[in-house]
Design a protein around this ligand. Sequence first.
Ligand code: ATP
Length: 308
Amino acid sequence: MILTITMNPSIDISYPLAEFKLDTVNRVRNVRKTAGGKGLNVTRILKQLDADVVASGLIGGFLGEEIKKDLDQTKIAHDFLPISGETRNCIAVLHEGQQTEILESGPVITKEEAAAFLEHFEQLAKRASIISFSGSLPEGLSVDFYSQMLQRCEGKPVVLDCSGEALKEVLTGDAKPHLIKPNTEELAGLLEKPISTNAVELKAALSDSIFDGIEWIVVSMGGEGAFAKHFDKFYRVMIPKIAVVNPVGSGDATVAGLTDAIEKGFSDEAILKQGNVLGMLNAQEATTGYVELANYQTLFDQIKVEEV
Ligand code: ATP
């Protein structure tokens, strides 16, 4: 099975408003509430791909129960560790073509809960063929928590999608993920310099010693596709122009596509095509973490993967 990890999940609430008025009452009709957090977006796409997926991480309180209910309704297997803190809400107000977000930082994890999760995770990892870690770490966990989890995977491949200090810690740790998927902005943050989409520059960037020991690096570039390194091979992934509705979560859909393809033992070309197809299919929908698979093959056939 594929194990997905979401350490700081949320109930994502969207409030569409014709006009957002400050310092007065705004009434909302079409409220949408979903179990969110990057790892749960990955999970939903994997479920749509018919993968045998189990979602785990930390959840607590009333909203934690709501997340479990949401996953049960969509028949997604889950095994979260309960915590004493309350799972967070993340609110997006959609108004006049703009998106104003209010993001709670979420619960603070105790030392005991952190230790209990590592044990819980170790047991789950034994049953997994591949594991994905997505998103930020909640407060209270040390910045090297993903490294600590990587040490408990018994060599199972890990697909990691996180940024900032948590990613830097993993790159300096001994236990390496199988694949990382930074976008261009995250790559620039890691290397502390601006990065263009020029192949020569990207090859040099991905050859930086900070990536030593990582088998796959897939840099996602939004509407410009992706650039990847697998061992010593470099690939440019060229995608067709599509009508974009909502690209939020396309990176998570890409992670789901890559993880599923690696688990199935696809070729390099097919792994990269599937990752991009899922990202594009997500971008074509209003709902984050939902894809229309009927369009899979048409997009797959239009993507070009070129070794550079
Ligand atoms: P997020 O953080 O919102 O999940 P991301 O920045 O991690 O996204 P992106 O690089 O934006 O990830 O998107 C991942 C993939 O989805 C791209 O490599 C591409 O295949 C597809 N995609 C995203 N945006 C577009 C777009 N505007 N047009 C076509 N394809 C897109």
